[in-house]
Design a protein around this ligand. Sequence first.
Ligand code: HEC
Ligand code: HEC
Length: 302
Amino acid sequence: MKKRVKSWQGWLLFATTMVIVFVLGLMVSSLMERRAEVISVFNNKRVDIKNIEPRNEIFGENYPRQYATWKQTAETDFVSEFNSSDAVDVLAQRPDMVILWAGYAFSKDYSTPRGHMHAVEDITRTLRTGAPMDDHSGPQPATCWTCKSPDVPRMMEAIGVDSFYHNKWGALGSEIVNPIGCADCHEPETMQLHISRPALREAFARQGKNIDQATPQEMRSLVCAQCHVEYYFKGDEKYLTLPWDKGFTVENMEAYYDEANFADYTHALSRAPILKAQHPDYEIAQMGIHGQRGVYKRQNDL
Ligand code: HEC
Ligand code: HEC
């Protein structure tokens, strides 16, 4: 005997199919919309941006939404148990650090970092550079500017990388005016991610790796690794160098520095040579569980 499908089962099947088709339709339409949006953003560029363009406002003409989120880095109203989006005077909070850093510029002034839009303002204000903007004889090298502005690659191209680092911090002050921005991470014509800072490229090369072969997924963290890394100023040339030749661990970098006979400072009271890690954010991410599991390497681009 033939088993007949009850009519309510047929209707259920019909209704379920309709819902699935509808949801799939929604997904496709949203995908097309995103695609169309990306294409229209690139087709409706208002200005042609070529070479190194350090002015973020110019990019803002073509990419208003990204520009708007970039501007949010100026906000200073977030506070959590651990940190804040505003600069907090660490030496006031922990005066013992003045003793620990005795003989090192950090003992003069150290505030917590904040958003990218403040970069030029903050380095100009800190007592660590030890010189007013118009004083060309200030003690710090121009290398201090390296992580602050898209005017840096512009000036490196204009005067050469060696002579950029070899200048005094005060001497380049009038040129470095735009805070960290689009040109630091983006190639201006296609907006592909790119490496604008030589130190990262050179650190890869010394390890026998070609950074131009990085995957798009790796580039998403490598753009940050141009600045959020441990570094030192090598030799009298004050050449910005990442101490990665032996690897990313604390022990690897300590071995590198020992071999190079380098210390960040000699402690004013104990005379002990001291290494102070700066901000090895990229290295910590690579050594952590996400890095170990290849999260920053995966090829499948979303
Ligand atoms: C050109 C150098 C440069 C690049 C590239 C860069 N940063 Fe920064 N970043 C800085 C500097 C300098 C500060 C501190 C600015 C200040 O305090 O005035 C900072 C601050 C920050 C802060 C807020 C303070 C903190 O440490 O929590 C975050 C978050 C941050 N960067 C994330 C990133 C991410 C994510 C990327 C990559 C997508 C990136 N940065 C790329 C230089 C850079
Ligand atoms: C610190 C690095 C950094 C800075 C500064 C930065 N971006 Fe980006 N931007 C990224 C990353 C990372 C992505 C994601 C790229 C990807 O998905 O592979 C991105 C994506 C984009 C995209 C989408 C590109 C595409 O092909 O889909 C646009 C457009 C863009 N950014 C514009 C800007 C503009 C305009 C500014 C300056 C106001 C800016 N970005 C500043 C890192 C940066």
